[in-house]
Write a protein that binds this ligand. Structure first.
Ligand SMILES: O=C1O[C@H](COP(=O)(O)O)[C@@H](O)[C@H](O)[C@H]1O
Length: 236
């Protein structure tokens, strides 16, 4: 079955774009519109962003749009447990591509430099005062991980649940990956606007597998329900 058929059957919105640049522009416009609506309604807005490599064009586009960043609370959906200067830091990605997030916005880093567990507890406390989030932008790895919730990791089902005990979890080093921090399903699924951005055939195949079988052990499956909207582009 096609991605369009499966998304429709799951009640999930699908925006298919011509390429990564168009995806970046459409996604940024959508995020900015939702943040401006929240600002107009409540005077404050909140945004949780993904890291990795693929969000770069989207973040650069978002940085060009008119937004009152001083009234926007910004955090990440996940982080490697490294300082912002580290090449793997997701906060570092924001600093390069969306400097407003760190300089002007009400910025909450996940990495706080104490220990993964202590940082997760600090974030948990702080994030509780932000919920529900307005906008969450998820990414997905070829293996079906989203945020830093990986297939087969201990406690995965609990971490993905809407009633997960924590809002932010320390993710132990595993399979060659360094320690990480990740928001849980409980935190991420509070967002009124939940967006998933993916590009390329490998990720499309993974997503199709997750939509076809919720039992495939793919963490992204937990998010494939309304109000999620998927933005997809073929490879650039
Ligand atoms: O490890 C991570 O990977 C996913 C996917 O990254 P991508 O560059 O392949 O899109 C990302 O969503 C997550 O935030 C990141 O820390």
């Amino acid at each position: 079955m096609t991605l369009a058929t499966l998304a429709c059957a799951s009640g999930v919105g699908l925006f298919q774009t011509a390429g990564p640049d168009e995806l970046a522009a459409q996604l940024a416009n959508r995020v900015a519109a939702a943040l401006n609506t929240a600002l107009a309604e409540r005077g404050v807005a909140s945004l949780a962003l993904s890291g990795g490599r693929s969000p770069e064009p989207f973040l650069r586009h978002l940085a060009t749009l008119p937004l009152d960043w001083a009234r926007i609370r910004v955090t990440l959906v996940d982080e490697r447990w490294v300082p912002v200067e580290h090449p793997d830091s997701n906060a570092g990605l924001l600093r390069r591509c969306l400097p407003q997030a760190l300089e002007t916005a009400q910025w909450m880093p996940l990495y706080q430099g104490i220990s993964p567990q202590a940082d997760a507890e600090q974030v948990d406390l702080h994030l509780a005062g932000w919920l529900p989030l307005d906008v969450v932008v998820l990414g997905m790895g070829n293996d079906g991980h989203t945020a830093s919730l990986f297939p087969g990791m201990p406690g995965l089902a609990q971490a993905l649940a809407v009633d997960a005990p924590q809002l932010c979890l320390a993710i132990p080093a595993q399979a060659g990956r360094a320690e990480r921090l990740s928001l849980s399903g409980r935190a991420l699924r509070t967002a009124g606007l939940q967006l998933l951005a993916i590009s390329g055939d490998d990720k499309r195949r993974t997503l199709i597998r997750a939509l076809e079988s919720r039992d495939a052990g793919l963490p992204i499956s937990a998010f494939l329900a309304p109000p999620l909207d998927i933005y997809y582009s073929p490879p650039g």
